[in-house]
Design a binder for this molecule. Sequence first.
Ligand SMILES: [Zn+2]
Length: 479
Amino acid sequence: MSNKRENEFTSWYIDTIQKADLMDYTPVRGCIAFKPDGFEIWEHIKDAMDKRFKETGHRNAYFPMLIPENFFQKEKDHIEGFSPELPWVTEAAGEQLEERLALRPTSETMIGHLYSDWIKSYRDLPVLINQWANVFRWEKRTLPFIRTSEFLWQEGHTAHADEQEAREETMQMLAIYKEVVENVLAIPVYDGEKTPSERFAGAVDTFSIEAMMQDGKAVQAGTSHYLGTKFAEAFDIKYLTKENKHEFVHTTSWGTSTRLIGSVIMVHGDEQGLVLPPKIAPTQVVLVPVGPWKKNPAIVEKLDEIFAALKAKDIRVRLDDSDRSPGFKFNEWELKGVPVRVELGPRDLDQDQVLLKARDEEEKIAVQLDEAVTRIEEELETMQTRLLEKAKAFRAKHSHTHVDTLEQLKQHIADSEENDTIPGWVLAGWCGDDDCEAHVQEETKFTTRNIPFDPPAEKETCINCGKEAKHAVWFGRAY
Ligand SMILES: [Zn+2]
């Protein structure tokens, strides 16, 4: 994509967020305030995730935000991965601290320290804990929701008696992420394994779900890690087996964050602003009286009836009977991405109908008044499915499998620039060598997204060196 197009997309994104009133900047660089509509989107995502975590036996707990420096020294890869972006607390109550405390970037170390106390025997396993919290990773280039120095997330941390059980947990949580992101956020994702260079710092294996934005760039929408016994060894988390032997536990961790809000905006938004999937929209339906409605009290009475009936079905509905013009209201609720608008004016009342307008469709539909509630409910469901289908079609159009060499990838990128289209992602072969991966990135800024579990094509040769390919890998530019 040309720089111009890229800048246009970023401006559109920021503009959309601001007009929808989702967040505000603060004097602390990289730290944003979530305004109520932005936060409520997160609450609905959180509820959907949390329900599934609990259904699979996990419980929530909370751990401190400050982590002693020596904890980070215990796992070598972990400190190397995270130290460049850690903010530190060095003094308190006017005195230098004896040991610096980091604002947590993730909680493996604190939790590892505690699990070594909590876990003594096979009877204590598995430990299945999740935390909803804020974390810090100091960022130089920030973008609201997508990349901020402080963000909200959940981090699951589990401990198991053996590798098989820990690996099953890792895959189970990745599958839950995929299901929520596809069915609740209406964003299709490719699930697969990260290459070693893209692994979480300290993980044995990292798996991810990857989503394509409308500028063709990727967002890593969730990750699940099998940590082996690395953190157990670093923090001495041992248990007594049934055979009375001391063994290290196998741990996992998995996370999703408020990046998902940014992904929803970038996947579904349009020229008119935000488009929200009904399942996570703070307001799902807005009722708007039109025409000279104030002279005709029956109009608001009818809308009140619809309002009450929708409320009774737990649908998040608002009646906009403010004195602003209908055109102003339509525009405002469209900017906010409200899925369904219902209009009722004197002429509609004469014809015993209301008009329904789905946020992502051009046409209004006339619906009999006595069927209005049922039809609104149906429209919320069909819109949810339609958004996923539209996003899938977009992704299919921009997922390419014809590229086999670096030269072809460069040509593909050059062609897309010339035609003012987006390059999207390419599925290419990879021999497994880090240098080949790095060279593709240097030359094209395309990084490996993941090695999909279910690749749409076979790949024989490495995109860089031409040797035999070990994997078919998604390459793309990423946030
Ligand atoms: Zn190679």
